[in-house]
Design a protein around this ligand. Structure first.
Ligand code: ADP
Ligand code: MG
Ligand code: ZN
Length: 417
């Protein structure tokens, strides 16, 4: 390997205290050190920060990192300083002492990771100030915020293309966990004058068993699934608030400890149910998609969808809440034409513009196609994300082959309607 690559490994050990690179990190770091623009797409927790932090230490000058949340910035800066790395942030909470310190570091031209809020960059004077210093790279973290097709659009991110220009078209590195192809294309087009080198990786969660089944007698099927997981903590996702309460009741009646969770419940009830789920073993949370973000429970042993999710991304996020501890976990998704009809009418009656609606319908159809695809679930799922694998041996189709139903023919009609 090149001398740079071995320097990177040495820094990984010495500064960050890690033994090896995670999947994908090495290739991204090599591309960055070779001066290329990069768009890296890796799931949450894969270790995207290290991919730009490590190269930042290998070259003098400033690596400017745009990050959407002050809390995220503060965390990262504190972590880097604890490792002995020069880092700082420019946002509404930056103190005068901090400014002075940053000025000194900037003047000395040492490697510096400077986090900055996008709205701060838009403020008059900030760019002029930065442009007087050796800025060597612009990093855009959570880059999906630039896209209106994403789930977290930030208008301030739209100016980042101009920021790049104002800084002399410096090397630009974008990071996101988004899997959605429309959002990815939008990110590329908005942030890069030329297509960047694109990396996709780390989406596979090999400890999750993947299964999808057409609905027949869903209530009975779900009860059987939950009983087969006696004593395990799990999440069952439903499409409606009423659905969560009805199913939680049915489970309770049959002796399973289950609680509902949805945005319509009293805040106190919601919090109590969530706390119980995190604290207890063997509790089943029957929830709408309002549940799950930011919940830290590594030993969720199963995730079941009583209704089909609305997109492949949503499906991936939701099953991804199982088995965070790396131990085996089970997932089972029920799908049906009633779900397709429900979501289609929700999309059509929604307030979004026509382009957005068309995309949401496409996303819905893509998930239905995944449910119906007669090949390895994992292969099909990862192909959507841009990764290629052999048949996994750890999904319902690899293990039992394809089960065809009468629903299939009618489904084609609904999708093409
Ligand atoms: P992402 O931004 O992709 O969601 P982070 O950059 O926040 O993920 O990293 C997630 C965690 O993984 C952090 O705690 C980080 O320290 C850790 N991590 C990153 N790279 C490595 C590595 N090579 N070995 C071990 N841990 C790592
Ligand atoms: Mg991150
Ligand atoms: Zn498989």
């Amino acid at each position: 390997s090149s001398p740079l690559a071995s320097d990177a490994l040495a820094l990984l050990h010495r500064v960050f205290g890690f033994k090896t690179f995670r999947p994908g990190q090495q290739a991204i770091i090599d591309a960055i050190l070779a001066g290329r623009d990069v768009l890296a797409i890796m799931p949450t927790g894969a270790g995207k920060s290290l991919c730009y932090q490590l190269p930042a230490l290998m070259r003098p000058g400033v690596t400017l990192v745009v990050s959407p949340l002050i809390a995220l910035m503060r965390d990262q800066v504190a972590q880097l300083r604890a490792l002995g790395v020069e880092a700082g942030s420019l946002n509404s909470t930056t103190s005068p002492e901090e400014y002075q310190h940053l000025r000194d570091v900037l003047r000395a031209g040492e490697p510096l990771l400077l986090y900055v809020a996008p709205e701060r960059l838009a403020r008059p004077g900030t760019l002029e100030y930065l442009a007087r210093h050796p800025i060597k790279a612009l990093v855009i973290d959570e880059a999906h915020c630039v896209s209106q097709w994403g789930h977290d659009f930030r208008p301030e991110y739209l100016t980042l293309g101009q920021v790049r220009q104002a800084l002399g078209n410096i090397q630009t590195l974008a990071f996101t966990a988004t899997a959605d192809t429309a959002t990815r294309a939008d990110i590329e087009q908005r942030l890069f004058p030329e297509p960047p080198e694109r990396f996709v990786g780390g989406f596979d969660r090999p400890n999750l068993f993947l299964a999808m089944r057409p609905k027949t007698d869903t209530r009975r099927q779900i009860l059987a699934f939950v009983k087969a997981h006696k004593g395990d903590s799990g999440i069952i996702y439903c499409a409606s608030r009423a659905g969560t309460e009805a199913l939680a009741d049915a489970l309770s009646v049959s002796g399973v400890r289950a609680l509902p969770y949805h945005a319509g419940l009293d805040k106190a009830v919601r919090e109590a149910n969530q706390d119980a789920f995190v604290a207890e073993d063997g509790l089943v949370m029957v929830a709408t998609i309002a549940f799950g973000m930011g919940i830290d429970k590594p030993d969720v042993r199963f995730v079941c969808h009583a209704n089909m999710p609305r997109s492949i991304e949503a499906y991936y996020q939701e099953i991804g809440r199982a088995g965070r501890d790396g131990l085996p976990a089970d997932t089972l998704t029920f799908y049906g034409l009633d779900d397709m009809r429900l979501y289609r009418s929700r999309i059509e009656e929604g307030a979004a513009d026509d382009d957005r609606k068309r995309l949401d319908i496409q996303r819905l159809n893509a998930l239905f196609a995944l449910c119906e695809a007669p090949r390895c679930r994992r292969q099909t799922l990862l192909a959507y994300f841009g990764e290629t694998i052999e048949p996994c041996g750890h999904c319902d189709i690899c293990q039992h082959g394809v089960v065809t139903t009468d629903a299939t023919v009618e489904a084609r009609k609904v999708m093409s309607a």
